[in-house]
Design a protein around this ligand. Structure first.
Ligand code: NAD
Length: 468
């Protein structure tokens, strides 16, 4: 994905507010020498941390969640400042990070506790030191998703937050550290090169990255010589299928909402909307009407429900995709206003954009967009075409199908090659805490969340006792 990272001559990240262009802070990048020290500390702390029972570790993590709740206002402000999302969405991210964790911890305990089979006991063995590389789009939530199961499984953790949102990651680590033994959780700051140094360091035992598929590939290559364990949650190009018999108002509403959520900067954003030809015209009218209710502006102001893009480079990337689509024949149905009172030219706002007649010759349908764009195409309405078009991508993260025919919906859902499929909904809307978060094809390599996800952060070991 495209970022706007600036590092000054003193080796500091220049942390910019994308809504105003103002500098928030300078954050010192971790040097290779400092990384050695951090990793040594993590190694020695892990010896004691792994000796605690999983119940003890989870009790400590529950205390960490309470600490996090205490800084929620500060965290929400920081997320909006660094990343730009509307304050309501930052609050949701905070709530997601602290609510329902007891239910998740129950699943975690159940998943990783020892299991006895006759004379054999299968225990879960921690990997050791886990390096977590996180993206900027959910600067708090994405770290939590990987850090909690890593720590509960008996690993120690080094978090490298995205270079675009370093302070949110730093505040999170500082807050959780209050309840954790020294050295169990630490932070390293910097751009991709610091992540790469972590991946290549022989003190790191497991690498867990959430980010783009391009970075995932680089990490796999860097981890290969040491056959290092790797978990990758990567990009998406999620399809939405709207059949002729769908509830069109709901479909149009969801299509717009989940194309524009977080200004479209969501791994499972709806990025390709295929509408049956008999309802295509009506759908376009509905989608355009819904999109008119979205207002772009500074996320700190509550009337704005679409914030800026995270950086100028990200804005350029989205602008290029839209221009390419229009040049190749897409129809511009709607483009919103953007704030015109921004004092600096540096603002990252991009208008809410609704395009129809999009096709697979356009970058908008082949490359992850990550912007506030609703991209609509027509299809013949058949099940075979729905499945073919949905799967016509290297990605396989989320997807959805809208139809009132339940059997047809299930047949299509069965054949879509994606980790999550929503039937008449956006999958994330109703996913239970028991469900894993999975990327098929180039969207994932390993996974997290739910019972299956918890198991990824430790390795089974069978102890067979003749005397038992
Ligand atoms: P990115 O790939 O640029 O960076 C992700 C993290 O990896 C950052 O911390 C970055 O510094 C680090 N990194 C970069 N190069 C590295 C290298 N060579 N070695 C080790 N670490 C390196 O991603 P981004 O722009 O921060 O985030 C947006 C991307 O994340 C999108 O593609 C989005 O779809 C994806 N994402 C996926 C999920 C999911 O659950 N599948 C969730 C959120 C975001």
């Amino acid at each position: 994905m495209v970022q706007g990272v600036i590092i000054d001559n003193d080796g500091c990240l220049i942390n910019i507010n994308p809504a105003t262009g103002d500098m928030i802070s300078k954050v010192k990048c971790t040097t290779p020498e400092q990384l050695d020290v951090i990793i040594d500390t993590a190694k020695s702390s892990q010896k004691e941390w792994r000796k605690k029972s999983v119940e003890e570790r989870v009790d400590i993590l529950k205390e960490c969640i309470k600490e996090l709740t205490d800084v929620s206002d500060q965290m929400i402000q920081l997320i909006v400042q660094e990343m730009g999302k509307p304050i309501a969405e930052a609050k949701e991210e905070m709530e997601y990070a602290v609510n329902d964790q007891d239910a998740y911890f129950d699943i975690l305990l159940e998943s990783i506790k020892p299991k006895k089979y006759g004379k054999s006991t299968v225990v879960r063995h921690p990997y050791g030191v886990v390096a977590i590389m996180s993206p900027w789009n959910y600067p708090l939530g994405e770290i939590m998703l990987l850090a909690l199961p890593s720590l509960a499984s008996g690993n120690t953790v080094i978090v490298k937050p995205s270079e675009v949102v370093p302070e949110t990651g730093a505040l999170l680590v500082k807050t959780l550290q209050k309840c954790l033994p020294p050295g169990v959780l630490q932070v390293a700051q910097g751009a991709g090169s610091v992540g790469e140094a972590l991946v290549k360091h022989n003190g790191i035992d497991l690498v867990a990255m959430t980010g783009s598929s391009a970075t995932g590939r680089k990490i796999l290559e860097a981890a290969a010589p040491q056959l290092k364990r790797v978990i990758l949650e990567m990009g998406g190009k999620d399809p939405m299928i709207v059949c002729a018999d769908a509830d069109l108002e709901k479909a149009a509403n969801d299509a717009v909402m989940y194309s524009l959520s977080n200004a479209g900067q969501v791994c499972c954003s709806i990025e390709r909307i295929y509408v049956a030809e008999t309802v295509y015209d009506k759908f376009q009218v509905l989608a355009k009407e819904v999109a008119k209710d979205y207002k772009v502006g500074n996320g700190m102001e509550t009337e704005n429900n679409v914030g800026p893009l995270v950086s100028m480079m990200q804005k350029e990337h989205v602008k290029n995709q839209v221009e390419d689509a229009v040049f190749k024949g897409a129809t511009m149905l709607h483009q919103s206003e953007i704030p015109n009172d921004v004092s600096k030219n540096e603002s990252c706002f991009y208008p809410v954009t609704v395009l129809s007649d999009v096709d697979d010759t356009m970058k908008l349908f082949t490359t992850e967009t990550f912007g506030p764009v609703v991209a609509i195409a027509k299809f013949d309405g058949s099940e075979a075409s729905a499945v073919r078009l949905a799967n016509d991508t290297e990605y396989g993260l989320g997807s959805s199908v809208y139809t009132q025919d339940t059997e047809k919906a299930n047949r299509i859902a069965e054949l879509i090659d994606a980790g999550q499929v929503g039937i008449n909904c956006y999958p994330i809307e109703f996913m239970g805490v028991q469900c894993p978060w999975v990327g098929h094809k180039h969207s994932g390599f390993g996974y997290h969340s739910g019972k299956d996800g918890c198991l990824q952060f430790s390795i089974p070991k069978t102890i067979v006792s003749a005397t038992d």
